[in-house]
Design a protein around this ligand. Structure first.
Ligand code: AMP
Length: 236
């Protein structure tokens, strides 16, 4: 699919549908926001959408509140309907960055019926568990402006306030090392079948999540641009 621009040149209309995968603490949320801005497509986080629904006490929010509070997954059909509806909005016509969906092979199979599987660019951020535990153990969130900071091992975070607003830097309850290890185990059990689902596709790529965030963004863009270019060539 290609359009002819007003200047007579062919311009690609291939949508950028990026599906980001990665363990908690791999920088997935940050990268999803950057990639969405870079390609001017919406960042669709199913977790954020559900939390917003719970906060606004919509019928959907009331339906999923207990499930979210317990940390379990909501049903495949419910979440797939939510994503199908969101993807039909005009702002998602040129693509999107999916963050937190799909999470199960059933959701992945459903996604293939909503978007063209060839247009789905899958990127897996890879980071070893020990490094994630170390990273999250040093993560602090300001209780006033909510900015996330990293404190070094030899620093006493309680002695330093937020450098931006002076608020208290606190550790999120789910960033404690034992909790992080549990979250990582849960992630692995869900992610493994999903990775198996996508691994054989030409649009699947792995990115080293341990690099500094700017390099991770560059590697993600290189992966996306490579797929876009080959899709565009295939249309010619
Ligand atoms: P997240 O912020 O992505 O960790 O999502 C927060 C919560 O929303 C999860 O613990 C689930 O209860 C729910 N959720 C988000 N995305 C999905 C999904 N794709 N499938 C099922 N439940 C989801």
């Amino acid at each position: 699919m290609a359009l002819v621009g007003s200047h007579g040149r062919r311009v690609p209309s291939f949508p950028v549908i990026v599906m980001l995968m990665g363990p908690p603490g791999s920088g997935k949320g940050t990268q999803a926001a950057r990639i969405a801005a870079r390609y001017a497509v919406p960042h669709i986080s199913t977790g954020d959408a559900l939390r917003a629904a719970v906060k606004a006490e919509t019928p959907l929010g009331q339906q999923v509140a207990d499930t979210l509070a317990s940390g379990r997954l909501v049903g495949d059909e419910l979440i797939t309907d939510l994503v199908r509806e969101r993807l039909s909005a005009p702002d998602a016509a040129a693509g999107c960055v999916l963050d937190g969906f799909p999470r199960t092979p059933a959701q992945a199979a459903a996604l293939d019926t909503i978007v063209d599987p060839a247009a789905l660019i899958v990127a897996l951020l890879v980071a070893p568990d020990d490094e994630i535990v170390r990273r999250l153990a040093s993560r602090r969130v300001c209780d006033h402006c909510a900015i996330t900071q990293s404190v070094s091992d030899d620093e006493d975070p309680d002695r330093h306030g937020c450098p931006y607003c002076g608020g208290n830097l606190v550790r999120r309850s789910d960033d404690h090392p034992e909790t992080v290890r549990r979250r990582l185990a849960t992630y692995a059990s869900l992610a493994t079948p999903l990775i198996d689902f996508y691994r054989g596709r030409p649009t699947f790529g792995t990115i080293d999540g341990l690099q500094n965030p700017t390099r991770v963004t560059a590697a993600l863009c290189a992966h996306i641009d490579r797929i876009k270019t080959s899709a565009f060539r295939a249309e010619d």
